[in-house]
Each structure stands twice: as structure tokens, then as C-alpha cells.
Design a protein around this ligand. Structure first.
Ligand code: OAD
Length: 245
């Protein structure tokens, strides 16, 4: 970071790659690794409102399995390094995650936006209430508020739906001094546009990923390798450079 200003604000977009070393599958795999979730399932079958209308059992079982997998994983050193950055940085640090897992919060991050929703939340389509939800969901699940059966869905954003808190996210991107994208392939919009948006408003931009993405040239700087190594190193450097200034 060139402008080591104590009051700088940092926005960090994260994707499945930051949770890969915790044991959660990425969606698209990598040139060196396995195939990813979308090589086992067609996203049209499990991650769209049309899929849920057509076959809610299949959609519930897909998300139930992913929710259950959270019981077997822990945050890794990339998650905890970002929590340290939030704690030790004098300016603001906000994580905007596409991940529906809860590893950022378990790693200690507080300023967090789940733009694609959360596996451990459910949403009643009958009354609109949203809840913390740790159990399986099914077509028989009953809404705790309105008691309607069959109206509960995972509180995740499906393809064709609007990600959460977009107005707030664009404001953060316009106001930030540093923008980093960590462990995301840049395949899914609107998140894939965030780097251009932040840069247009003057942010210094970093890509941290296992390998260069198709968006790599849109970033000012980059670091490639496992998130558990490159993210703690990047955080260390930011905090050290600021201390030295
Ligand atoms: P992807 O699976 O598309 O991309 C994961 C990225 O992480 C790839 O660029 C990998 O190279 C990188 N990666 C893998 N292992 C890594 C490691 N150990 N360290 C660092 N990087 C690593 O996942 P996302 O970009 O998060 O949306 O996908 C975005 C959205 O597409 C998801 O939120 C989901 C998906 O379809 C919905 O379901 C709506």
C-alpha cells in the first residue's frame, strides 16, 4: 500500500477460495485443484428460484448438506488475519463476502456483509420473517412466526435474484481507499464489477488468489498462492507499513 494513512478505509471482497483450506468446496475449481460444486450439480437445478419452484426437495437437500458441512470446518488463518486487520487497523475494514458460510464471523470479523445470504438463516416467503436456522429445512418446515408450513427457504441469494445490501456496498466501494478481492474467480456479477468501481473512485486495488483470475489485470497489485499464507502476509504488510509511516 502506498498511501499508508491511518484513517484509510478498506473493503475486502471474499469468495469461496478463502474457505477452501477450511475444507469447503469452491464452485468452479481451479487449474490445479478439483472440479468444484458446479461440476457436481447444475446451478440451474439447485440455485435459482425456478429450481426451487420445480423441485424444492432437491434444493433443500443441496443446502442442507452444505449447512451440515459447516459443523465440520473451522476458520483458517486467512479468516483470522482479516479479523486481526479489522481489530488493529485505525480506519474501517469491511468484509463483503459472497460466501454463505459463517467462517468470517467465527474467525472474529464483525464488520461483515453477506451479499449472497447465509446458510444458517432461513426466510419465510409467506410472512417475510428471517431467522437464525441451524437445522435442516424441508418442504414441511413451519415458520416460527406465521406457522405456515412449506414456505421456508434458505436465506441465500439465487441466480436471478438481487444480492443483499447493494446500495451500501456501492457506497463503501466509492468511499474506500483500498479494495482487495480474495479467493473469488470474478465470474459472478455484480461482485465481479467491484474492482472497476472501487478503482474508478480512487481506491488502490489488490487481487489475492490461488492463481490469476480473468480480472487480474484490473488490479494494481496481486499476490498468488494459498489464502492461508498470502492473506496473513498481506495483512502483516499493511499493518507494518502503516506503523512505519
Ligand atoms: P469460485 O469457485 O468461482 O472461485 C473460487 C476462487 O478461489 C478461484 O479463483 C480459485 O482460484 C480461488 N482459490 C481456490 N483455492 C484457493 C486457496 N486455497 N487460496 C486462495 N484462493 C483459492 O467462487 P466465488 O468466486 O466465490 O453464488 O463464486 C462466486 C459465486 O458463484 C458464489 O457466491 C456462488 C457461485 O455460484 C451463488 O450461488 C449465487
Amino acid at each position: 500500500m502506498t498511501s499508508s494513512d491511518l484513517s484509510s478505509s478498506i473493503v475486502i471482497l471474499t469468495g469461496a477460495g478463502i474457505s477452501a483450506e477450511s475444507g469447503l468446496d469452491t464452485f468452479r475449481g481451479s487449474s490445479t485443484g478439483g472440479g468444484g460444486v458446479w461440476s457436481q450439480y447444475r446451478l440451474e437445478d439447485v440455485a435459482t428460484p425456478e429450481a426451487f419452484a420445480r423441485d424444492p426437495d432437491l434444493v433443500h437437500s443441496f443446502y442442507n448438506a452444505r449447512r451440515a458441512a459447516l459443523l465440520d470446518v473451522e476458520p483458517n488463518s486467512a479468516h483470522t488475519a482479516l479479523a486481526r486487520l479489522e481489530r488493529d487497523w485505525a480506519g474501517t475494514v469491511t468484509i463483503v463476502t459472497q460466501n454463505v458460510d459463517d467462517l468470517h464471523e467465527r474467525g472474529g470479523s464483525n464488520a461483515l456483509i453477506h451479499m449472497h445470504g447465509e446458510l444458517r438463516r432461513a426466510w419465510c416467503r409467506a410472512c417475510g420473517e428471517r431467522y437464525a436456522w441451524l437445522e435442516d429445512l424441508s418442504i414441511d418446515s413451519i415458520c416460527p412466526a406465521c406457522k405456515h408450513a412449506g414456505s421456508m427457504r434458505p436465506d441465500v441469494v439465487w441466480f436471478g435474484e438481487m444480492p443483499y445490501q447493494m446500495d451500501r456496498i456501492y457506497q463503501l466501494l466509492e468511499d474506500c481507499d483500498v479494495f482487495a478481492a480474495i479467493g473469488t474467480s470474478g465470474n459472478v456479477y455484480p461482485a465481479a464489477q467491484f474492482v472497476q468501481h472501487a478503482a474508478q473512485y480512487g481506491a488502490e486495488t489488490f487481487e489475492l488468489n490461488l492463481e490469476p483470475t480473468e480480472l487480474a489485470r484490473a488490479f494494481h497489485s496481486n499476490a498468488y498462492g494459498n489464502a492461508s499464507e498470502i492473506v496473513p502476509n498481506w495483512v502483516e504488510r499493511l499493518l507494518r507499513d502503516t506503523d512505519a509511516s
